[in-house]
Design a protein around this ligand. Structure first.
Ligand code: NAP
Length: 264
């Protein structure tokens, strides 16, 4: 039995860490959607160690292009004859602007929402037929995850507000709304939001507080090691489940890499 995963933004950061762990699992097919399959970061995906019967397919995906997810799924079906997906992770995302809320350019809000909110919706829509496709080997329900952020949490704004990430935060809060809503409309797919915690990746290294950590020991102590984060996220993927008798389940929820519930 092969488990088929699809991850966007698999060539760097959190997505790359997840790809590495997934390929270390036997009987796995990983469909890695990346912006540029010829970029050295994407080529390096092919060199990751693979467990027995684990394989990777790297396909182009541009989250800002509304047709990209559909094209990628068509290629998966037509070129690779893959007709079901077990796990889809909408991970690609980014933050391009920071500053005081009052100064945020409207275009930054639009771009953030296109990237961090609309592209996961389009990925969900495109992959839905393959998530719902019957698979003779499926022992668990199909699962769809969107990688959110602590900045999405309205409850945490008093402690995250200093981060000056209003465009990004709005887009991730909107993502939470979208995914939670989808979880009420689809009861055959486990749908959930996950957040990696504050991790040093190219995304966060762009910002001053994530550099010179020696000068900021208190902040440094709150960062999560990327290996711990991705291992925790994959545990969340594995144990994501519907509610059942005596178990609240995780469907429709918002958890961090440690499995802890994040307040809305
Ligand atoms: N790191 C953190 O502390 C943190 C905290 C909370 C949430 N997150 C979330 O975790 C996810 C991964 O972030 P990361 O920290 O791993 O960042 P990263 O290292 O900057 O990686 C971002 C990934 O997303 C891809 N991507 C960005 N824009 C894209 C586009 N328009 N089309 C296709 N792919 C695109 C990038 O591809 P290219 O290589 O082509 O640019 C890259 O693979 C994001 O959703 C982010 O919001 C991260």
């Amino acid at each position: 039995m092969t488990t088929t995963y699809l991850i966007t933004g698999a060539n760097r950061g959190i997505g790359y860490g997840l790809a590495r762990l997934i390929l270390a699992r036997p009987n796995t097919t990983l469909i890695a959607l990346v912006r540029d399959p010829e970029h050295e970061t994407s080529i390096s995906l092919h060199e990751l160690p693979k467990a027995e019967n684990a394989s990777i397919i790297v396909l182009p995906y541009e989250a800002m292009d509304p047709d990209s997810a559909v094209k990628a799924i068509m290629t998966v079906q037509r070129q690779y004859d893959i007709n079901h997906l077990d796990v889809v992770i909408a991970n690609a995302g980014g933050m391009s602007w920071r500053g005081p809320t009052v100064s945020v350019p409207a275009s930054e809000i639009h771009d953030s929402i296109t990237l961090n909110t609309i592209s996961p919706l389009l990925l969900f829509r495109a992959s839905l037929p393959l998530l719902q496709a019957p698979s003779p080997h499926r022992t668990e329900p199909a699962k769809f995850f969107a990688i959110s952020s602590g900045t999405a949490s309205l409850a945490l704004i008093p402690s995250t507000g200093h981060a000056r990430t209003v465009a990004y935060g709005l887009s991730k809060t909107a993502l939470n709304h979208l995914i939670r809503k989808l979880s009420t409309e689809y009861t055959d797919i486990v749908i959930e939001l996950l957040t990696p915690g504050p991790v040093q990746t190219d995304l966060t290294r762009a910002f001053p507080e994530f550099r010179d950590l020696a000068k900021r020991p208190e902040f440094a102590s709150r960062l999560v090691n990327i290996d711990i984060s991705v291992a925790g996220l994959l545990r969340c993927v594995d144990n994501a489940r519907f509610k059942s008798e005596g178990d609240e389940g995780t469907h429709g929820g918002f958890r961090d890499y440690s499995g802890a519930t994040v307040p809305w």
